[in-house]
Design a protein around this ligand. Structure first.
Ligand code: HEC
Length: 459
């Protein structure tokens, strides 16, 4: 993929110009072009009769109903025809602007092959738009597929991996209806009896806790003889609102130590965040960590870890009605593979990008871009195995985030406030969570060759 040749893209950050305002203008341009694309497709005279029963119900059932149903986290129900017809205009607006399903990742720049990608295809979007524009016809009710949705209290990754091998719940805590941000940091045992490699992890706030738990990070700790804990240096995982989980690619190992304890670091926001916030006292909030393990005799070559990469260049302090930008740089003394990427910020963060700079050629490649960030939906964007970036020794990860403290930012609760760095929801943060497999030169060469061979077979 050579993104350098795409000079048609009006993206200032590709040329390293870091003006947040320009980036935000581009964000809006991107949204209206998504609208334009859809209108063009329908004006192009696709002369088919789109019906709810045959065309729209399968899309909604597969992509929406899991959250939009009684007891789900979505504010409206999208279960049957009456629901879809009633909310048709809102559905059209949300899907054509790519706001729903909530998975914010630019679809026209960087790597597009992602695991557990919730985005609708352009074809599905066009189908919904056509259906609304044609007056929401029902069609033959016999065509409506039987609705089959799993319980949101289930582990989402269970469909793929079965029930987790280890479940480590936090201790319960009450969260009041209003008040300041809260943190809860209990230690809990995993009862893991030998050092093992992790296959997948998922953090799941139980029940209504989903709406008040802003983030929940976990590290592995070992109980010492004197009763104190010591970090093993291994981070278990990171969770922030809306996140599905993490899957570690085959052939590498993220370690869980023997007899590990989990140290929870849970950040809660009384009253909740987002449209489904309960604004009520919530009793006994529990967050669970589910861990899927590889078998004892699992073989691997390289270790993988998830770490926080700070964006330490630039100023996070924002005056009322202003914007800013931060950057971070990181290189390694060995080759690496980037397995996943997840920006982190709060209500003023609007856009984030990950690039790789290759000093040998002077080339910069955009790996991932999120132009329309929302703090209610954090996703770990997991690259498909064949496209996870292979980074040679000495190449530089360039991480950028753009912030908007103006009233033009739809997530900004108060543009008259000064905003500075800090961990309260009203403060801002600037880092990324990146999962990295640490390779050696030989493994790197081999992986590059394997990909080249595959590419030749395909072409
Ligand atoms: C992971 C859960 C989830 C999925 C999947 C999801 N939504 Fe939503 N949706 C929400 C939440 C939560 C909100 C409330 C706004 C917010 O917090 O972003 C919302 C808001 C909406 C709204 C605005 C409702 C209003 O009050 O105006 C519409 C319309 C909508 N979603 C449609 C859809 C459609 C159509 C799909 C599938 C193509 C979908 N959603 C998939 C969780 C979800």
């Amino acid at each position: 993929m050579d993104l350098q040749n795409r000079s048609d893209l009006p993206r200032p950050w590709m040329r390293g110009v870091g003006a947040a305002t320009i980036a935000l203008v581009a964000t809006l341009a991107f949204q209206s072009s998504a609208d334009a694309q859809v209108t063009f497709a329908s004006a192009d005279g696709i002369d088919v009769d789109v019906t709810y029963a045959a065309d729209v119900a399968p899309i909604i059932q597969k992509n929406c109903t899991v959250c939009h149903r009684p007891g789900g986290i979505g504010p409206i129900d999208l279960v049957d025809y009456e629901d879809a017809r009633r909310y048709a205009r809102r559905i059209r607006r949300q899907v054509s602007n790519r706001l729903m399903p909530p998975y914010y990742y630019d679809n026209d720049i960087g790597i597009q092959e992602l695991k557990h990608d919730w985005r609708l295809s352009q074809e599905d979007i066009n189908t919904i738009v056509e259906w609304v524009d044609q007056g929401t016809p029902l069609g033959d009710p016999a065509d409506i597929p039987v609705l089959n949705i799993h319980d949101t209290e289930d582990w989402s990754l269970a469909a793929e991996f079965g029930p987790p091998d280890i479940v480590a719940p936090s201790t319960p805590i009450d969260v009041p209806a209003t008040g300041l941000d809260m943190w809860h940091r209990p230690f809990v045992p995993t009862f893991n009896t030998s050092e093992r490699c992790i296959k997948a992890l998922q953090v799941k706030p139980k029940g209504a806790s989903k709406s008040v738990v802003h983030h929940a990070n976990t590290t592995f700790q070992i109980l010492q003889e004197d009763g104190s804990f010591e970090g093993s240096g291994d981070r278990a995982t990171e969770y922030a609102m809306g996140k599905l989980g993490e899957i570690i690619p085959d052939g590498v190992c993220r370690i869980i130590p023997k007899d590990a304890y989990v140290r929870w670091d849970i950040h809660m926001y009384p009253g909740g965040l987002g449209a489904s916030a309960p604004k009520a006292m919530l009793k006994d909030n529990i967050v669970e960590l589910g861990i899927w393990l590889h078998p004892e005799d699992y073989e691997y070559e390289y270790k993988q870890d998830l770490a926080l990469y700070g964006l330490r260049e630039g100023q996070l302090l924002m005056a009322p009605h202003s914007t800013t930008m931060t950057q971070g740089f990181r290189s390694f003394d060995h080759p690496v593979r980037i397995d996943s990427f997840q920006p982190h910020g709060h209500l003023r963060l609007r856009s984030a990008s990950l690039e790789i700079f290759y000093p040998k050629t002077g080339r910069t490649e955009v790996i991932s871009m999120v132009s329309n960030w929302s703090a209610t939906w954090h996703q770990s964007h997991i690259y498909e195995d064949d496209v996870a970036p292979l980074v040679p020794t000495g190449a530089v990860l360039v991480m950028k985030q753009w912030y908007d403290n103006t009233a033009g930012n739809p997530n900004n609760p108060d543009a008259d406030q000064w905003v500075d760095g800090g961990s309260r929801t009203a403060d801002e943060m600037s880092h990324m969570w990146i999962a990295v497999t640490h390779l050696d030169e030989e493994g790197y060469e081999r992986m590059v060759e394997e990909r080249e061979e595959k590419a030749e077979i395909i072409s």
